[in-house]
Design a protein around this ligand. Structure first.
Ligand SMILES: [Mn+2]
Length: 329
């Protein structure tokens, strides 16, 4: 598969790079890494995402290379592209408006991702769900093309690896993650700066929201299932943003007895976003998939077109089933 990707890079001149809605550190990191790599080859490239970066990654979006898709202004870039790279996602739906317009264009589509994907949806698809981040796959591609990395390529790839491995402690962290990071540090990446920009920019309101959410958190299944909800009313009460609950699901998981944590987030009266995490045993991807979501074994998400009150029993019902199978009531 890499062979085909390399061939497309060699034979094409105009590229569009995109990723999932609400692009995170890995989405933006792999996009920027590939972008600077293509630029170093003298190619034309543009990063177009359907929505702006997630809140703690806005600093990466400030890079002029990252554009939030505006069909009026940017549609021609898709129409003129020889190839479109789809990174850190392997489905059309979560590409938003960019995906819709790419599907109507003649550009070759190349998907590079580390999420579990069961279908062939793109012209070329490189999926490795053992990779810690999509950034790692971009690193492999660049190394494979016998090209030297530079500092500009190195920092976004470092951020991709840092964020998608939970600062190098998730089970997807491998020797090759650290080998890559060693090389990126040699190129001058500053870990303190990266960490500070991503993890030390919180508002006091976020912590007030955390307090409110955790006050109502519940433990079930002999303490192995933890869940909590975040609704707009609660966020308003402490003057926080609903997106401020990013990261709460990992905190819930860190409770001693917990294997699965779930956060329900009210998107609108008719839409609920669900984040699932697992510590060691449960495959939350299976739970997510049974309800139309996706992700990884240890981290998955679902968007349900249901009000919060109806989404909760639906998801918890599925989670409890998987505990019941193991004799946990
Ligand atoms: Mn990723």
């Amino acid at each position: 598969m890499w062979k085909q990707v390399k061939k497309i890079i060699q034979q094409s001149n105009r590229f569009v790079i995109t990723s999932h809605v609400g692009p995170d550190g890995d989405a933006l990191g792999s996009e920027l890494g590939l972008y600077y790599y293509l630029k170093s080859l003298g190619k034309e490239a543009t990063i177009l995402n359907a929505t702006p970066p997630a809140k703690n990654f806005t600093f990466m979006g400030k890079n002029r290379a990252v554009k939030t898709y505006n069909p009026k202004r940017d549609r021609k870039l898709i129409d003129q592209a020889d190839a479109v790279f789809i990174l850190d996602i392997s489905e059309w739906k979560r590409l938003g408006a960019v995906g819709e317009d790419v599907q109507q264009s003649n550009a070759k589509t190349v998907c590079i991702d580390h999420h579990i994907c069961l279908k062939q949806l793109f012209d070329v698809q490189v999926i490795d769900n053992k990779a810690g981040s999509t950034g790692e796959l971009i690193f492999r591609l660049i190394k494979d093309m016998k090209k030297k990395l530079n500092a500009k390529i190195a920092e976004p790839l470092y951020i991709a690896a840092l964020t998608d491995t939970g600062s190098f402690h998730y089970s997807n962290t491998s020797p090759s993650t650290h080998t890559m990071v060693a090389e990126l540090l040699e190129l001058g990446v500053n870990p303190l700066n990266c960490y500070n920009q991503i993890y030390e920019q919180h508002s006091l309101e976020r912590f007030r929201l955390l307090g409110q959410v955790m006050l109502n958190a519940q433990l079930e299944c002999q303490g192995q299932l933890a869940w909590a909800t975040v609704d707009k009313k609660l966020a308003r009460k402490v003057n926080a943003d609903i997106d401020d609950c990013e990261g709460f699901v990992e905190m819930l998981r860190s409770i001693q007895t917990v294997d699965v944590s779930v956060i329900f987030r009210e998107e609108s009266p008719q839409c609920t976003r669900v984040s699932l995490r697992s510590k060691k045993t449960t495959d939350v991807h299976k739970i997510a998939r049974s309800l139309g979501g996706g992700g990884h074994k240890r981290a998955s998400g679902i968007t349900l077109n249901l009000p919060l009150k109806k989404a909760i029993p639906k998801v918890l019902g599925e989670a409890k089933k998987s505990f019941k199978k193991r004799g946990v009531k």
